[in-house]
Structures are given as C-alpha cells and as structure tokens.
Write a protein that binds this ligand. Structure first.
Ligand code: SF4
Length: 299
C-alpha cells in the first residue's frame, strides 16, 4: 500500500517543551520527594507511560482542583494545556513546589484574556467543555468569560449591554468551525474585538491534512482519543477534505478493511504523538498488500 506522509505532523514546540520540563523535574527529584503531573501532561498514553517511568506520577482526575487534593507533598507539574489561577494559588497554599509546563501559546491566550478583562471587556471564549484548556482560561475571570461551543450557542448568547465584547478561542480547534462561529458573532455584534488564537502548529497540521486529502483515498491520523488536535485532524479531513479518516493510537488499531479498493493512504499525527509511533503506523500500512488492479478499476 502506498503511504503519503503528510507534513507538518506530530510533535509541536509546546509538547516538546512540556516533556523536556517534566523529564528534567523527574530526573532531579530527591528519592523521597514525589513529583506529580496534574492531569495528562500532553494527551498521549505513550508519553504518559514514559514520564511515569521517569518518576513522574499521574493524577488523572480531569477536574484540576479535585486532582490537587490527591497531591499531598513534593512537586506538582501543570500541563501544557494551562491552568487556572485558582489552582495555582491552591497548590502554593498547600506548600507544593509548582512547575508550570503550560505551552507558551496558551500562556499568550491567558495574557490576552487577562488584558481584555482588565480593559473592561466581556469575553466570549470558543472551546470544548470538559477540556482542560478552556477550564484554565475560564478561571481567569469566570464572571466575565462565556464559553461557547457552537453556532447555536453563539446565536443564543446574551451579552451585557454597554460593555465592550471580545472573542477568542482554544488553540486546538478546527480552523473552519472556529471561523464560522466567529463570523456569526461578528454578524450579531459588529463591534466585537476578534482574537483568533488557534496556534500555528494546529493550523498548519489541519491545512496540510486537508490539502493532502485531494491526492489520497483516505487519511490515518495517529493520536490519542483524548487529544483535541488529533480529533480535529480527523474531523477536518472528513468535513473539509471530503475523504474518510481514521484515528489510531498505535499500529495495532489499523483495520485493513478500511483500505479495501484504495491505493494511496495519507498519514498524519497529532501534536502530542511520538514520532516512533507514527513511524510504526506508516510501516504497518506500507506492509499491507496493494489492492488488485481489477478492484481499483471497478471503483
Ligand atoms: S498544539 Fe499548539 S497550543 Fe497545544 S501545545 Fe502544541 S503549540 Fe502549544
């Protein structure tokens, strides 16, 4: 089977830096001092296992404040997705040593939202409920930020009359969905200040995958089901590229039946997927037998 390697794919700068920080802290810890990551450092099970082997324990509780209750001593590492100021304060109050592995792109969004609120704006934040990144941003000023997930919610949004309004977003959303929601908000509130904060890594990976979809029969995205940016890659290939797409965590998840009567398979990977996992997936697809000529002609 022919594989088209879609680039860019895989690790982004935020993930590389978060892993580097966590491994360093794990290596430098005193033997009796626990090091805990508060939630998945990045949304990938292979990375999590590697970090656990390096001495960093996972508290998997999705609610960071509840998770913090399980951390009794030592060092706590905040994940690449960012953290709310309330959790940072609570960690310090508990006497924990705090290490922040928030991606610099997420920190920039936090700084932006803080500035907007200080300047008197109410903020509409486009993001996915239950994901740690929106939870971190909302914590900056819960009473002044409204989370919106869809065009329907943008339509239903009620705003405070007389207060300036701004919109920003989670870094790993679909470029196209986010634009559609922003466009609707601009239609409803022409004076709204727009700050599209989808990060460059997400944008480039999505655009490359949609472009490649033109020249392949199907796209395989290597990434975890927990990973927002991996899920969005599947979604944009299906919705914008018009081709089937499948999310696999490892080569073991590949179902050869997906590729019946297909010749060229595109492969990309989420921003938190280790390169060796993607390499193994590419090798496994390349090892599959090519479809017979008759089946392809009959398409
Ligand atoms: S996907 Fe974007 S925001 Fe998330 S860690 Fe990578 S660079 Fe940072």
């Amino acid at each position: 089977m022919e594989v088209v390697r879609i680039t860019p794919r895989g690790y982004c700068h935020g993930v590389v830096e978060a892993i580097r920080i966590a491994k360093r802290v794990g290596a430098e810890r005193a033997t009796d001092e626990p090091v805990t990551m508060l939630g998945y450092l990045v949304h990938n099970e292979h990375v999590t296992r590697e970090l656990e082997e390096a001495g960093v324990t996972l508290v998997a509780e999705p609610d960071r404040m509840k998770g913090l209750e399980q951390v009794r001593a030592g060092t706590v590492i905040f994940t690449a997705h960012g953290i709310s100021p309330q959790v940072v304060r609570a960690a310090r109050d508990r006497g924990l040593n705090v290490v922040d592995a928030t991606c610099s792109d997420v920190t920039r969004t936090h700084d932006l939202v803080r500035q907007l609120v200080d300047d008197g704006h109410d903020v509409v934040y486009i993001g996915k409920r239950g994901h740690p990144e929106p939870a971190g941003v909302m914590g900056i000023a819960p009473e002044r930020i409204t989370l919106v997930e869809s065009i329907e919610e943008a339509d239903a949004l009620e705003v405070h009359p007389g207060r300036p309004l701004a919109v920003t977003c989670q870094t790993t959303l679909s470029v196209w969905d986010t634009k559609a929601i922003i466009d609707r908000l601009v239609e409803r509130f022409p004076d709204i200040e727009v700050h599209n904060e989808i990060c460059l890594a997400t944008q480039e990976r999505q655009e490359a995958a949609v472009l490649a979809a033109d020249n392949v029969d199907c796209v395989v995205v290597v990434g975890s089901t927990r990973s927002s940016n991996s899920q969005r890659l599947v979604q944009v290939v299906q919705e914008k590229g018009g081709k089937p797409a499948h999310l696999v965590d490892t080569a073991a998840d590949i179902d050869p039946a997906w590729f019946r009567r297909m010749q060229r398979i595109g492969v990309t990977a989420g921003a938190s997927t280790p390169t060796q996992i993607t390499r193994a997936v590419i090798a496994a697809i390349e090892a599959l037998p090519a479809p017979d000529a008759e089946a392809v002609t009959a398409r």
